[in-house]
Ligand binder design. Structure first.
Ligand SMILES: O=C[C@H](O)[C@H](O)[C@H](O)COP(=O)(O)O
Length: 153
């Protein structure tokens, strides 16, 4: 069973607490990279820690929650090896695993209620990458990333 790296900014803090309860109920071990309060923080600081954990540990998946999910996903996707998907419903959630092999999910604490969020997280964790034609496409994504790493950009 994969382990989970989870983090949020102030806008996702409350939803993160709900998601953590669901993770525990599902039997997942997790590391909470913060924040641990509702005071204003900068989402790149937390998204970096979650993304770094996933990129350096094959047995981790990541969950990031900020206001709408966009800034944290932008940040995490700067880290080589991270494929972070902004998801907003069950369909985007399943697609991000089944087709895109996302290893980090980013959701909005101000746009998604706790009921839907826990359903999404459960679905995301139980959905496997289906490979096949999608393997070819995800490989192309990773090859584009490697080209820029080689150039040192
Ligand atoms: O994409 C970024 C996130 O939605 C942030 O949670 C948001 O930008 C934070 O804004 P504020 O400082 O106004 O809560």
């Amino acid at each position: 069973m994969k382990k989970i790296a989870i983090g949020s900014d102030h806008g996702g803090f409350e939803l993160k607490e709900s998601v953590k309860k669901e993770l525990t109920a599902l039997g997942y071990e997790y590391i909470d990279f913060g924040c641990h309060h509702k005071e204003s923080v900068d989402y790149p600081d937390i998204a970096f820690l979650v993304g770094e954990c996933v990129a350096t540990n094959d047995n981790y998946l990541g969950i990031i929650i900020d206001g709408v999910g966009i800034g944290s996903a932008m940040t995490a996707n700067k880290i080589p090896g991270v494929r972070c998907a902004v998801c907003w419903d069950l369909s985007s959630t399943m697609n991000s695993r089944d087709h895109n092999n996302a290893n980090v999910i980013s959701i909005g604490g101000q746009t998604i209620g706790p009921g839907l969020a826990v359903q999404m997280i459960k679905k995301w964790l139980e959905t496997e990458f289906s490979g096949g034609r999608h393997e070819r496409r995800v490989t192309k994504i990773m090859e584009i990333e490697s080209r820029f790493i080689k150039r040192g950009k």
